[in-house]
Design a protein around this ligand. Sequence first.
Ligand SMILES: Nc1ncnc2c1ncn2[C@@H]1O[C@H](COP(=O)(O)OP(=O)(O)OP(=O)(O)O)[C@@H](O)[C@H]1O
Length: 356
Amino acid sequence: MTASAPPLYELRGIRRVYGKRTVLDIDHLDLAAGRVVGFVGPNGSGKSTLLRLLAFLEAPDDGLLRYGGRILWEKGMTCDRERIEARNEVTLLLQEPYLLKRSVFDNVAYGLRIRGDLSSSEMKDRAFQALRSVGLDGARFASRLWYQLSGGEAQRVALAARLALRPRVLLLDEPTSSVDVQSALRIQEAALRARDEWGTTLLLVSHDQLWINDVADEVVHFFGGRIIAIGPENLVFGPWRKELDGLVVKDLADGQRLRALAPPSSGPLDEAVAAVDPGSLLLAISVPEGLSARNALRCSVAQMVYENGTGRVLVKVQAGGLALTARLTGEAVREMGLHPGRDVSVLVKASSFRWV
Ligand SMILES: Nc1ncnc2c1ncn2[C@@H]1O[C@H](COP(=O)(O)OP(=O)(O)OP(=O)(O)O)[C@@H](O)[C@H]1O
């Protein structure tokens, strides 16, 4: 993208209301073309609702939504024709594949047939190519029926049907959470290839935060329908409880405690969310003496990935139901001999937490 190119999506004051409940409330969000953006947050925080708006399957109740420089939604305006046109460029893959009750080929070629701009041999080439990109051999799979597929194969067929269209935007809502490991890898690789080959913008929702941190150019954190942070943050959700000396404590399931400076306002501690930057977490094999001001949690390394864009290593550690991600240099990782399953201590100051 050049410096002057407008964002692909511009959202201003976007709200979505179900009944009397506001489930999405985005003041300002720009999404650039050709980027990979991850949306993360707890259940019910509004991620899927946002994807449906960005796929033009639902309209917001308030605000302004621009796509490719054109207004596609603004209160009081009818932009149905523009939305229908935009829908041809944008496609959403859900957690469940929802295939047509037809053959694999018919499923993958369905969108191409509707567009009607390819001959039947071009359509076959395109469909087989799309199947190949998700690791399925067209000669073996094209004539299979929808019920002759495993869950992972069905999800790959559903993705192939979208990739065959060479979309400008591919939205993936928990695409790998109910498939086998092999299918998950194929799905992740195929989506990234679409970005590399056609400049497809990828908008991802996943609870696999480490995958998101690995591939995304930008990570947007949601809580209660709002954007609360952008970047690879650690969020620690309540309940917290008050302790003496201006500290609050989160009790972990294994009996350990995490301490943070108390939030300035007197809101309910049950719902308070603290954020801490992965760079503020130190890992140590053994805890040095005299660290009373710090938290020193005994954890085990769960996963490690290179962070997109920084060359650092993101190390996910877990303890008592809490997952935290630390950002380390490759040298530090090597020196400590870190690997999944390794026991480490996480050192973090109570003052490193901020409240969101
Ligand atoms: N059609 C609907 N009618 C009423 N409420 C809805 C509807 N769709 C979603 N909601 C509510 O809106 C809120 C946001 O839901 P959404 O599915 O966007 O969250 P999410 O972050 O994607 O959650 P998850 O990670 O569990 O998929 C939730 O409280 C949900 O119950």
